[in-house]
Ligand binder design. Structure first.
Ligand SMILES: Nc1ncnc2c1ncn2[C@@H]1O[C@H](COP(=O)(O)OP(=O)(O)OP(=O)(O)O)[C@@H](O)[C@H]1O
Length: 360
């Protein structure tokens, strides 16, 4: 069993509290991404899990084995965890095959088994023809594949990846994303993937933990983060999300509610246990706003940006000229300065954290 159980972990450096009450329950074989802005504590959490940092409070288990706890710390080499670093961490003086086989030698495997495993994993990551090359003679993507092959060869039940695509160009990133997905499928390993790139996290992970200032804001599937954010931070961090104020919110207890948005009537999604409120926050995306002929919110087009199949339209809405962003399918006959009417076709009423349970 390679389930990971992180329970109420605190970590400080001197007086700086970097992880605060972090709890995550990760299923065996799950692909989890940790997503958050720079400095929120992602790398520290990975380092605590890998055993490079002791925790101040809380526990970390893999399966039934306690790895970190107060007064208890299993060293990194005894955790059975593979780590793929942004910098690849390959031995420069060893060939590709040598890098992959090194860990197997340390583990005490016989020559023939080392050779066989190395050949098999290099084949899996498409590097058979590069087995004799030194890392310096490889591209960034190929080096990252060597690091993956090394984890695959070690048969690690848990693989931690620390921003593994940060040093690669956009084209290679796409290719490597597929590589990670294939690696996950073939190894069955539990993957713990750190990134600040949400498209990477949403594309790859079964579930994403959004971190903010040392705490977990929400741990949910990509679609749930997108359509049912738990709070304002997640709402604005994921998918170009926007926030608005609604008035006279009346939930119908079936997961929908009615309200007014800039005076116009709207039907929105909400938690089934949501209670009526005079005012609430609604989270929505640029694709949720639509041009309409009647009964809409009066707005003025400030700017139009061409984005291929859509136009990104910046609007000024309401008496205070609040900025809203809307997607309009291209081509469209609209122009800056034009007065338009828009409706909010979909949105999620943020839970009132004081009175409602944010989870389902
Ligand atoms: N060894 C250390 N000593 C003191 N402070 C540290 C140490 N390591 C990290 N920090 C601080 O802890 C905070 C979290 O750092 P961490 O590297 O975990 O963030 P991150 O989310 O991975 O950021 P990034 O995306 O920029 O890598 C930062 O404010 C950082 O300065």
């Amino acid at each position: 069993m390679s389930a990971i159980e992180i329970t109420s972990v605190d970590k400080s450096f001197g007086k700086t509290s970097v992880l605060r009450g972090v709890s995550l329950s990760i299923r065996s074989g799950e692909f989890v991404a940790i997503l958050g802005p720079s400095g929120c504590g992602k790398t520290t959490l990975l380092r605590a899990l890998a055993g490079f940092e002791p925790v101040n409070r809380g526990t970390i288990h893999i399966g039934d084995t306690l790895l970190s706890g107060e007064g208890h710390h299993v060293p990194p080499e005894e955790r059975g965890i593979g780590v793929v670093f942004q910098s690849y961490a390959l031995w420069p003086h060893m060939s590709v095959a040598g890098n992959v086989a090194y860990g197997l030698r340390v583990k005490g495997l016989a020559w023939q088994e080392r050779e066989e495993r190395t050949r098999r994993v290099l084949d899996l990551v498409g590097l058979t023809d590069f087995a004799d090359r030194r890392p310096a003679a490889l591209s960034g993507g190929q080096r990252q594949r060597v690091a993956l092959a090394r984890c695959l060869a070690m048969d690690a039940g848990v693989v931690l990846l620390d921003e593994p695509l940060a040093n690669l160009d956009v084209h290679l990133r796409g290719e490597m994303e597929e590589e990670f997905a294939r690696f996950h499928h073939e190894s069955g390993a539990t993957m713990f993937y750190i990134t600040h790139d949400q498209s990477e996290a949403l594309a790859l992970a079964d579930r994403v933990a959004v971190m903010d200032k040392g705490t977990i804001s929400q741990f949910a599937s990509p679609s749930e983060l997108y359509s049912q954010p738990a709070n304002e931070m997640v709402a604005t961090f994921i998918g170009e999300g926007q926030l608005g104020v609604i008035e006279d919110f009346r939930p119908d207890h079936s997961g929908y509610g009615f309200a007014r948005f800039f005076g116009a009537p709207v039907q929105l999604r909400c938690h089934p246990s949501a209670s009526p409120r005079h005012a609430a926050r609604v989270a929505f995306h640029p694709g949720d706003l639509r041009l309409t002929e009647t009964d809409g919110i009066a707005a003025t087009i400030r700017r139009i940006t061409y984005r291929g199949d859509i136009l990104r339209v910046e609007l000024a809405a309401g008496p205070d000229n609040q900025t809203l962003f809307m997607n309009v399918p291209a081509p469209a006959r609209i122009e800056a300065g034009q007065r338009v009417a828009v409706t909010l076709a979909d949105g999620w009423v943020l839970p009132d954290l004081q009175t409602e349970d944010a989870s389902f």
